[in-house]
Design a protein around this ligand. Structure first.
Ligand code: SF4
Length: 438
């Protein structure tokens, strides 16, 4: 008896790597002629793609699973499937604690999920994705997993060791994205800089960048670079290739050599200062984003003070900061969690307040400057975009205040590039006028 293809809704939590997995799953569902439901409560099958990175993310994933259980109990959905990192890490506990879920899958079990949905995984659809981002930008996941030993991190437990995707596959995937209208390609992985070591016996991010740059995207952006053993050969490629953004996200997590040693980051404060100095010398126009963890068990008040001094010296353009989350099965777990939540949040606040001033100073320098802006969205008649120095969802937005004579802002289109002049700034936003379409 031919059964009716299921109507599927995929709800994605966590990072852009999870987004890409869900986009591949949705493309596979479409290829199997499954209907895709925009709403969870109108689906036959709800698939939740979970995150298991830190405590707060785990809690959010569990809350969404319980929402799914409620929908099932109310008869709004027939089946509930859970996938992704939380499932990678705690499938047995979850099966025991939340048995209402029909099945649990890891982040690398897409064929099994398609089978559970009554379909089959179509291996010939390499690089095929159903984008969840606005159609003009997309993430390209160049590798999976991580071989680095960072003491606080559970990602290698969930995603396994580092596996680079072959360059030919990545080029094919990128070309498909370009055919779909993607203009900004955002490279992601757990550690971009490790690319190729497993597959090509060498760090080949520079070669990959050249091949992707030759495809002709307007912007190519790099996220998640790792500072230890940084492949400096990518710097001239970033400088010389017009369509590779002068932008680099390089989470360093801390600056104190003592804390970095305990975190097993394989780098010292001196080496970090040298590397950042080299990056700024090689690519003078670069904007650097980084991430810090504060409240790590072995972080003393002196370590924290030295981190603030480091920030004042280096003056990153963009900073994210997390309070330490004690994660079981990590090598830092036995250190306990001695620094209380209040003190951790006080340190988070102090880092963000200092960065607010630094970001404001950086943005003030942009007033009167003209630069290309990509419009991401138009909301109630106001257009919002970004410069090449700003990553979606985390960095400055450019808010259009008007346009030059002869140009009507009503003609602005999401996904299009315009020359803009910055007329005003805040610490995390830019304001200005449109000069012309590019
Ligand atoms: S580089 Fe370190 S922090 Fe990042 S995913 Fe790998 S182990 Fe985790």
């Amino acid at each position: 008896m031919k059964t009716k293809p299921p109507k599927v809704h995929v709800h994605t939590l966590g990072c852009s790597k999870n987004d890409v997995d869900s986009e591949v799953l949705l493309a596979q569902c479409k290829a199997n002629k499954f209907d895709i439901s925009e709403r969870p409560d109108q689906a036959d099958v709800l698939v939740i793609n979970t995150c298991g990175f830190i405590e707060s993310a785990k809690q959010e994933s569990i809350n969404h699973i319980l929402d799914g259980v409620r929908l099932k109990e109310e008869g709004k959905i027939e089946r509930l499937l859970v996938m992704g990192c939380l499932s990678d890490r705690y499938a047995d506990d979850l099966r025991h604690d939340i048995p209402e879920v029909d099945d649990y899958f890891g982040s690398r079990h897409l064929p099994e999920i398609l089978h559970a949905l009554g379909g089959e995984y179509k291996y010939d659809l390499i690089g095929e994705r159903s984008l969840s981002t606005p159609s003009h930008y997309a993430y390209l996941k160049i590798s999976e997993g991580c071989d680095n030993p960072c003491s606080f991190c559970a990602i290698p437990i969930m995603r396994g060791g580092h596996r680079s995707k072959p360059m030919d596959e990545l080029e094919a995937e990128a070309r498909k994205l370009q055919e779909k209208g993607v203009k900004e390609l955002i490279l992601i992985g757990q550690d971009l800089t490790y690319y190729g070591l497993d597959l090509y016996n060498g760090r080949k991010l520079d070669e990959l960048l050249k091949r992707l740059s030759d495809i002709g995207f307007r912007w190519i952006r790099l996220l998640y670079a790792y500072p230890a053993k940084f492949p400096v050969q990518i710097l001239p490629v970033i400088r010389e290739r017009e369509n590779i953004c002068n932008y680099l996200d390089m989470p360093i997590q801390h600056s104190s050599t003592r804390v970095l040693k305990s975190m097993r980051r394989g780098v010292t404060e001196k080496r970090l200062r040298e590397l950042i100095g080299l990056i700024k010398d090689e690519v003078p126009d670069i904007r650097l984003r980084t991430t810090f963890i504060v409240g790590y068990p072995e972080e003393t008040k002196e370590d924290f003070a030295s981190l603030l001094e480091f920030m004042k010296d280096v003056r990153f353009h963009r900073v994210g900061v997390f309070p330490y989350s004690q994660e079981d099965d990590t090598t830092a777990f036995p250190l306990g969690d001695p620094i209380g939540e209040r003190e951790k949040m006080r340190r988070v606040k102090e880092v963000m307040e200092l960065q607010e001033d630094i970001s404001m100073d950086h943005n003030m320098m942009l007033i009167g400057k003209e630069m290309p802006v990509l419009i991401d969205r138009i909301d109630q008649g106001v257009a919002y975009g970004r410069t090449e120095y700003d990553c979606p969802e985390v960095d400055n937005e450019f808010i259009v205040q008007g346009a030059d004579e002869g140009f009507d802002t009503k003609d602005l289109r999401a996904g299009s590039f315009y020359l803009a002049e910055i007329t005003d700034v805040e610490a995390h936003d830019l304001f200005g006028i449109i000069k012309k379409r590019l």
